[in-house]
Design a protein around this ligand. Structure first.
Ligand code: SF4
Ligand code: SF4
Length: 468
């Protein structure tokens, strides 16, 4: 099922994110849309009287009818207009969630610190404190209840390896019962047939994201250091998961050990043969263990232009999997669509741009295995830790994060001298402050990793023909 969010702004306009589309609604359209969603959600109405909506909202019936007709044509509402009734074919209120600007929408939850592998770039080794300190089942279920009360729409369960937790199905079930979409990040080692069958029960709200850096075992197992034979096992599980129709994403991290065309081609062939839904490819980032061995494993787009160009070519050709690569997919899509000189030269109003906004989307938090709450996992904890869920409620911590956060509420104009006059600012939007800190030793300087991606794009990608 496609899922969407109707995000209502302070001026009562709204933006609907649905099926890869972004539609702006004026205040009148916003009122009609929320009214339809309320009626289908609270009253479970299948027949919606549009005359009623028109008189409740004091909006001419003709306007309501035309707006609803447009929603049906755009594939947002599945239904039919009969006289002044909208007959609804599916559960729209399950498909589209309503959220107010400033509310917490997304959570990444490192649900356990335990893991069977020792990947060479693991970011989360610092969290390996032991299971006895982790949130108990009762505490975890209580956190989910708080998420539901706050309108959280999407939770990523990661770790460690989430499937190691004995109560993982209780946690997934609780999220599911509260209608929260789930992404389960797994190394795939515990995905036997029984586990896949259990996961398939949640398939309408669940994406299974499996890590795989190569389909060639010798390569994969030097990066994802697990047991010998793990690669074949993971690949078999990917096929079995797809056979149950679970949505599967494959996550691949590029390092010096696997960033080559043979590896990318083999992996692509395997994923496309198994009808995997999405493939997320990213360059290793300089955090955790990767920072310690950066000279051995670190690789950037300009080091291997042929590999990145090959991925971008696949990205344009592939119908399945859908490939996400390099910048976030929206930024890259904008890049590929727009004329490059326009991107470089058109003035950006930077007065309101906030640091990290493209990453946190103003609606994101991370939770550690023992309940610490942080807006970013890559900046030093003493800069960003907001508090702990054993002491404060999620709502209190979210409000504190918005009001007191040392980094993320800063505006680019106030803090980032280098960025103000940078030719890449339109696309980069200040990059990643944690990467700036790692490489330039300062929160206020340029992030050279994002800059490298942009240099690659502006140098090499302009010659790649665009998809028709
Ligand atoms: S490339 Fe560097 S200086 Fe330019 S906007 Fe990005 S972070 Fe700022
Ligand atoms: S510092 Fe980097 S990882 Fe952290 S929130 Fe900002 S952009 Fe995201």
């Amino acid at each position: 099922m496609k899922r969407g969010i109707l995000k209502i702004q302070e001026d009562n306009t709204a933006v609907l994110y649905y099926g890869g589309k972004r539609l702006k609604f004026n205040p009148v359209a916003t009122k009609i849309m929320t009214s339809i969603l309320e009626k289908t959600c609270i009253c479970k109405d299948k027949y919606i009287n549009l005359n009623e909506i028109s008189s409740e909202l004091r909006i001419p019936t003709q306007y309501v009818l035309e707006f609803v007709q447009e929603l049906i044509q755009k594939g947002i509402l599945s239904g039919e207009l009969k006289h002044h009734f909208l007959i609804v074919f599916d559960e729209i209120s399950k498909k589209i969630k309503v959220a107010r600007e400033g509310s917490l929408l997304y959570v990444e939850w490192l649900i356990t610190s335990l893991c069977q592998c020792r990947c060479i770039y693991c970011r989360h080794e610092k969290y390996k404190l032991g299971a006895n300190l982790e949130l108990s089942t009762k505490e975890a279920l209580n956190v989910i209840k708080q998420m539901a009360d706050m309108g959280v729409v999407y939770v990523t369960l990661s770790g460690g390896e989430p499937l190691i937790r004995k109560d993982i199905f209780k946690i997934i079930n609780e999220l599911y019962q509260h209608d929260i979409e789930i992404r389960l990040d797994t190394n795939g080692l515990l995905l036997d047939k029984k586990t896949i069958t259990q996961l398939a029960r949640f398939r309408d709200l669940l994406t299974l994201s499996i890590s795989l850096d190569s389909s060639i075992p010798e390569i994969n197992e030097t990066i994802r250091v697990c047991s010998p034979g793990s690669t074949q096992k993971i690949m078999k599980s990917i096929g079995e998961a797809k056979a149950t129709d679970i949505i599967v994403n494959i996550s691949t991290i590029l390092t010096k050990k696997n960033a080559n065309i043979i590896n990318i081609t083999e992996l692509y062939n395997f994923l496309s043969k198994n009808s995997v839904d999405t493939w997320t490819i990213s360059f290793v980032r300089p955090f955790g263990r990767a920072r310690e061995i950066w000279s051995e494993i670190g690789v950037l787009p300009t080091d291997t232009p042929e590999v990145s160009l090959n991925i971008i070519k696949l990205m344009k050709e592939s119908t399945r999997p859908t490939i996400q690569f390099l910048l976030n997919s929206k930024e890259l899509a904008t890049f590929l669509r727009l004329n490059h000189s326009r991107l470089l030269s058109s003035p950006t109003d930077i007065s309101s741009l906030k640091i990290c906004e493209h990453c946190t989307k103003g609606a994101f938090l991370h939770i550690t295995p023992w309940g610490d709450v942080l807006p970013c996992l890559n900046l030093p904890e003493n800069m960003v830790r907001v508090g702990n869920l054993r002491i404060s409620s999620l709502r209190e911590l979210w409000e504190r994060s918005k009001s007191e956060n040392l980094i993320h509420n800063k505006k680019i104009v106030d803090l980032l001298e280098d960025c103000k006059s940078c030719r890449y600012l339109n696309v980069c939007r200040g990059g990643c402050r944690a990467q700036a800190l790692q490489f330039n030793g300062s929160l206020t300087k340029c992030d050279p990793i994002t800059r490298n991606k942009l240099e690659f794009l502006f140098t090499h990608v302009k010659n790649v023909p665009l998809k028709k």
